[in-house]
Design a protein around this ligand. Structure first.
Ligand code: NAP
Ligand code: F7E
Length: 375
C-alpha cells in the first residue's frame, strides 16, 4: 500500500484527490490547520475511514511540517496548500508569499531533513497564473512566464524552487501548471461558483442582482474532479517533468454567466460596456423551472461593480494540453464546458432550496416558541 501526504486537503482539489487516492488503495494523510470553526465540509464524508488520517500543520511552520513528514514517511506528497485567491493576494501579499512561495521550500526541505529525498515524490500545485500578462496564446510548457499578481509571483518562486531541487538534488519533484478548474466544491468567491450560486438564488427569489468585475476576462475552465487524476499521473512517470493541464478551450466570464442563468431557466441579454454593462432577463422558461417568477422578465439581474476589478488582471488564459494528452494519456475534455456549468448549477439549485427549507424550519420553530405552541 502506498502512502500519500496531501497539504491543502480541506480545499476543493484536496477533497477530490483524497477520494481518488483512497479509491486507488492509498493510505491517505492530510495536513489541516487549526481553526476556531473547524470547517471541514469538503472532507467530512471521509473522516473515520480506516485509511484516511489528518494531522495538524501549517505551511508557515517548518518544524511542524518536519514532524508530520517524519511520522508519515510518505511515498508521494501533493503540495496543494496555498492562499489561492488572486484578488486576496493584493490585500495579503506577505502572507501569500510566505505560504505560496516559502511554503514550497519548507515542504522540500522537510523531505530532505527526513532523509526521504531519494524515495518521496512531490507534486507542486502550480498555476496558469504564471503566464499572467500573456506573451503567447495558447500557452504551453515553453511559453514564457509573466506573473501579474502577488499570488502569481509567489507561485513562480514555488515553480522554480521545485525545478532547482529536481536538478540540484536529483529529487522526483514536479509542477502541474493547472489552468482554472471548477466544481460544485469551488470556493464561493471564485467567479464561476459566485455566478452559479447567484443564478440559483435569483431563480428562487433569494437574491435580486449579481455584481461582477471584468466580464470580458477569458479563461480555460475544466472540471476539478478530472484534474486531480493528472496530479497522480504526473507522479507515476519514469522521469519527473512539468505539465500544462488544461481543456484547450477558452470562454469569457460573460459566456459562463449567460449559460449558468440559462440552466436555471433564465435568458439574459448583455447590454453596454465596461462599468455600465448589465444583463437583463429577456425570457423565462418554465419547462426548465416551473417556479420561476414572471416578474423577472425585464429586470436587470447582473451589474458591474469596480470593487471586483483587480489592480492588474489576467485576461487571456488558454492552455495547450498536447503534452499531457500524449505523455499522460489524459482526456482533457472528459467533462465539457456545458456539462461543468450544468453540474454546478444543478448542485446550487438544490443547495439554495435546502438552505431555504432549513431557514423555513427555523422560522416556524421561532414562531411556535413565541406563541407557546412548542415548549
Ligand atoms: P482552495 O480550495 O483554496 O484550497 C486551499 C487549501 O490550502 C485549503 O485546504 C487551505 O486550508 C490550505 N491552506 C491555505 N493556507 C495554508 C497554510 N498556511 N498552511 C496549510 N494549509 C493551508 O484551493 P484549490 O482550488 O483546491 O487549489 C489547490 C491548489 O492548486 C492551490 O495551491 C492553488 O493555488 C492551486 N491552483 C488552483 C487552481 C484552480 O483553478 N482551482 C488552478 C491552478 C492552481 P483551509 O481550508 O484551512 O483554508
Ligand atoms: O477569477 C474575473 C477576474 O477569481 C477569474 C484560482 O484558483 O485560477 C483561479 O484564479 C476571472 C478574473 O479565478 C469577478 O477578474 C470578474 O479575470 O475565479 P477567479 P482566477 O483569478 O483565475 C487560477 C488558475 C489559480 O491558480 C487561482 O488559485 O474572473 N472576475 N468578476 C471575477 N473574479 C472574481 N473572483 N469575482 C468576480 O466578481
Amino acid at each position: 500500500m502506498k502512502t500519500a501526504l496531501i497539504t491543502g486537503i480541506t480545499g476543493q482539489d484536496g477533497s477530490y484527490l483524497s477520494e481518488f487516492l483512497l479509491n486507488k488503495g492509498y493510505d491517505v494523510h492530510g495536513i489541516i490547520r487549526r481553526s476556531s470553526t473547524d470547517y471541514r465540509e469538503r472532507i467530512a464524508h471521509l473522516e473515520g475511514k480506516p485509511h484516511f488520517h489528518l494531522h495538524y500543520g501549517d505551511l508557515s511552520d517548518s518544524m511542524g511540517l518536519i514532524q508530520v513528514v517524519s511520522k508519515v514517511r510518505p511515498d508521494e506528497i501533493y503540495n496543494l496548500a496555498a492562499q489561492s485567491h488572486v484578488q486576496v493576494s493584493f490585500d495579503s501579499p506577505e502572507f501569500t508569499a510566505n505560504v505560496d512561495a516559502t511554503g514550497v521550500l519548507r515542504v522540500l526541505e522537510a523531505v530532505r531533513a527526513c532523509g526521504l529525498a531519494d524515495k518521496c515524490r512531490i507534486y507542486q500545485a502550480s498555476t496558469s497564473e504564471l503566464y499572467g500578462k500573456v506573451e503567447e496564446v495558447p500557452q504551453n510548457e515553453n511559453t514564457p512566464f509573466h506573473p501579474y499578481s502577488p499570488y502569481a509571483v509567489a507561485k513562480l518562486y514555488g515553480y522554480w524552487i521545485v525545478k532547482e531541487y529536481r536538478e540540484a538534488y536529483n529529487m522526483y519533484c514536479c509542477s502541474g501548471i493547472l489552468f482554472n478548474h471548477e466544481s460544485e466544491r469551488r470556493g464561493e468567491t471564485f467567479v464561476t461558483r459566485k455566478i452559479t450560486l447567484a443564478a440559483a438564488r435569483i431563480a428562487q427569489g433569494k437574491q435580486d442582482c449579481l455584481y461582477l468585475g471584468n466580464m470580458s476576462s477569458l479563461r480555460d475552465w475544466g472540471y476539478a474532479k478530472d484534474y486531480v487524476e493528472c496530479m497522480w499521473l504526473i507522479l507515476q512517470q519514469d522521469k519527473a517533468e512539468d505539465f500544462v493541464i488544461a481543456t484547450g478551450e477558452q470562454h469569457s466570464v460573460r459566456e459562463f454567466c449567460g449559460k449558468a442563468f440559462k440552466y436555471t431557466g433564465i435568458t439574459l441579454r448583455f447590454d453596454g460596456e465596461g462599468e455600465n454593462e448589465v444583463a437583463i432577463c429577456t425570457a423565462i422558461d418554465k419547462s426548465v423551472n416551473p417556479k420561476l417568477c414572471d416578474e423577472l422578465v425585464g429586470k436587470t439581474l447582473v451589474r458591474v461593480s469596480p470593487d471586483f476589478y483587480r489592480p492588474t488582471d489576467v485576461v487571456n488564459l488558454w492552455g495547450d494540453p498536447t503534452k499531457a494528452k500524449a505523455k499522460l494519456g489524459w482526456n482533457p475534455t472528459k467533462t465539457s464546458f456545458e456539462q461543468l456549468i450544468r453540474i454546478m448549477v444543478e448542485h446550487d439549485m438544490k443547495k439554495v432550496a435546502a438552505d431555504h427549507a432549513a431557514e423555513q424550519v427555523r422560522t416556524n420553530l421561532a414562531e411556535y416558541l413565541e406563541k407557546g405552541i412548542v415548549k
